[in-house]
Design a protein around this ligand. Structure first.
Ligand code: AHR
Length: 677
């Protein structure tokens, strides 16, 4: 027994010593591990010049991004151009209702005999058989029309008197016909109204300001006629006065401000696939997007709905100017989309070669419209619209994600040769197909190198892990060849139904540190897609979601915003030591204007990490004032839900640091230290 007891005692103490040893050993190991992760900011080494324009945005009208989106028009189908070509159940009167008040009787029909303009062929005829208390038409906008008490709205419509009294015979046009334009609630209470007199047979524009007496989330606009007869109506429109920068025909302030807050240095537009369109002659025609809105040509856009062109090239360039971003329009390379579904089953086709000179002339005209003197043919169109000064166009995208085939190469080269001869000052951006690698990517780059292109557009929508595994992609690119524009990228978190998870946003933050490090050759980058209307979202994920009255910012948005607001023009060598397979990334830039130094640290791990930051070259004890911003959330799967408090949003604090600092970066986070001069 004793022996046994002694043995047990002995083994107990061995166990105790062993446990103690393991604990002490683990403590030393973990302390050693913690202090091993060093983030050295090598301020003692020469900084590298980088693109000051790295962060920008890419705008494409998909997910109702333009009409029903950023374009502030509140009326849907304002010009009666909806058609079954857009969607099978759509027609020119879609989203319009006949209104009969009191004992009134009448109807609405569609006509195209005498349009305002050939580009705007359809209009409505409101026929009043018996006026009662009014016969009219109403519209509830895109899902609904939110109106705010005391705010000013700008309404307009075009009309002429078809006839008074009976339709046949010569008609009596000697007297004006009175109509009422009214904003009202769903149950018909009047929020604001004005009367107009329609005279004569010429199309005339009527306009007035309205100030609703109540805030309602779902108002409607009603136009009522009060005399027997027929009135022709078109371009019935309602805008808030309070648009971004108070522009007429302007942009929704909340959405435009959200984009402006990214501090974009450029805007790529009007799209990716939308540019080359479906079928060979369906490409986006910039000429149809300028001039008076009633003369612009509605069409079905590639994403299967209406494109009024109200938010057209003039408005794109104006927006760029308002947010101090460089405009980067994209034109088709003379080929349509290669995807069979998008090109009626025929894949990529080229414009007939005999049509190429006219098409190339359109591209030259675009440059004249943007940059030419106010008395030039196309410069005068810009000047008449209100911008006599040139817009200063410098970059032009030719092609989008095209299959690099002989059809493509032949047409691209035709465009390229003429542009280089006539406009050597314009930098042409080529394309390397739809993926980060593969035949189109290889051929696109080879073709770009043959032509000596200055910039090539790359696109990739990939899973978050791909970004983490490819952070050295551009470290390996040649510094002697074309520079890179990452025109479309996003992390698609397939394990979460492609939601805007924190995991995806943090992977994008990580890749952005690699873009910054390589911004000597990566000149521009833009996340895609930018905007998506709830209920009309065709592509996931997107950066900014919205409905009629609210804007919902994703975690991915905040990453873009933090990099955009904390950009620089010099890169400072930044080294992370001993990462041991950890998902950690960092970059440092300097803004030579403010002289601020900005350090960004990304932790993609599900646990916080301890780091020692060494600002090498700075006096160790010097206290530096820092704005620290942390973006994180409950876990990698979290995402910001609409209408709920955001779980992922930046938290800002003011701190001071010395040249050597122990810090902890939270799990799944982006931390930005802005060290103020
Ligand atoms: O961003 C959405 C689409 O993705 C773009 O239209 C196209 O260029 C890409 O395939």
């Amino acid at each position: 027994m004793c022996y046994n007891t002694g043995k047990r005692k002995e083994s107990k103490s061995v166990l105790l010593i062993f446990t103690l040893f393991i604990t002490v050993f683990t403590f030393f190991i973990s302390t050693a591990q913690e202090s091993e992760i060093k983030l050295n900011i090598n301020l003692d080494q020469p900084a590298k010049s980088i693109s000051p324009d790295l962060m920008g945005v890419f705008f494409e009208d998909l997910n109702y991004a333009a009409d029903g989106g950023i374009y502030a028009e509140l009326i849907q189908n304002r010009s009666f151009e909806y058609s079954p070509v857009y969607q099978p159940e759509w027609h020119p009167l879609k989203f319009w209702e006949l209104v009969k008040l009191g004992d009134g009787d009448g109807n609405i029909t569609v006509a195209n005999m005498r349009p305002i303009h050939v580009n705007n062929p359809h209009y409505a005829i409101l026929t009043v058989i018996e006026p009662g208390e009014g016969i009219g038409i109403s519209n509830e906008g895109f899902d609904c029309i939110p109106l705010y008490k005391g705010e000013k709205y700008y309404a307009s419509f075009w009309a002429y008197q078809a006839y008074m009294g009976k339709m046949w015979g010569r008609g009596d046009n000697s007297k004006p016909m009175s109509v009422t334009l009214r904003l009202e609630t769903q149950d018909g209470s009047v929020l604001a109204e004005k009367k107009f007199e329609i005279k004569g047979r010429d199309w005339t524009k009527f306009e007035a300001d309205f100030i609703p007496n109540k805030t309602v989330p779902n108002a409607r606009l009603v136009l009522l006629a009060h005399e027997k007869g027929g009135i022709c109506l078109d371009m019935i429109s309602l805008f808030p006065e309070n648009t971004f920068n108070n522009r007429r025909n302007g942009l929704r302030k909340d959405l435009a401000e959200a984009i402006a807050n990214i501090n974009p240095k450029f805007v790529r537009f009007p799209g990716g696939c939308l540019v080359h369109g479906q079928g060979i002659h369906q490409y986006y025609d910039w000429k149809q997007s300028v001039g008076p809105v009633e003369e612009r040509k509605n069409s079905r856009n590639l994403w299967g709905y209406d494109q009024t062109m109200g938010f057209g090239y003039y408005e794109f360039f104006q927006f760029c100017e308002d947010v101090k971003a460089k405009p980067i329009p994209v034109v088709t390379a003379g080929v349509c989309c290669q995807h069979a579904g998008s090109s009626p089953g025929r894949g990529q086709e080229g414009l007939p070669l005999e049509e190429m000179p006219d098409y190339i002339q359109d591209v030259l005209d675009l440059i004249e419209w943007a940059n030419g003197p106010a008395d030039s043919k196309w410069g005068s169109v810009r000047a008449v619209a209100g911008h006599p000064e040139p817009f200063g166009l410098k970059y032009l995208g030719v092609g989008n994600e095209d299959a690099i085939t002989p059809i493509f190469e032949e047409r691209f080269k035709m465009i390229y040769d003429v542009l280089k001869e006539k406009h050597p000052e314009i930098i042409i951006i080529g394309t390397s197909g739809p993926f980060h690698s593969g035949p189109d990517y290889d051929n696109g780059w080879e073709f770009a190198n043959e032509l000596n292109l200055e910039l090539v557009d790359e696109h990739y929508y990939v899973n978050p892990t791909w970004f983490w595994e490819n952070l050295d992609r551009y470290d390996k690119y040649s510094r002697e060849k074309a520079k890179v524009y990452v025109g479309e990228y996003a992390a698609h978190d397939h394990q979460n139904d492609k939601r805007n998870t924190l995991r995806s946003a943090i992977a994008e933050a990580a890749v952005l540190t690699s873009y910054e490090r390589n911004a000597d050759i990566v000149q521009f980058v833009s996340y895609a897609p930018l905007l998506a209307r709830r209920g009309h979202t065709q592509w996931f994920p997107d950066m900014i979601y919205f409905d009629s009255s609210d804007v919902h910012l994703s975690a991915n948005y905040y990453v873009q915003m933090l990099f955009g607001q904390n950009n620089g023009d010099e890169y400072i060598s930044t080294t992370l030591s001993e990462q041991r397979e950890l998902k950690l990334a960092a970059s440092t830039v300097r803004d030579s204007k403010s002289e601020d130094i900005i350090v960004k640290i990304v932790n993609g791990e599900s646990s916080s990490q301890k780091l020692k930051i060494e600002l090498i070259g700075i006096k160790q004890h010097e206290k530096l004032s820092v704005t620290k911003t942390v973006l994180t959330g409950p876990n990698a799967d979290s995402f910001n839900l609409d209408a709920k408090e955001k779980v992922i949003k930046p938290v800002v604090s003011k701190i001071s640091v010395s040249g050597s600092e122990d810090i902890t970066v939270p799990a799944n986070s982006l931390t930005v230290y802005r060290i103020e001069k």
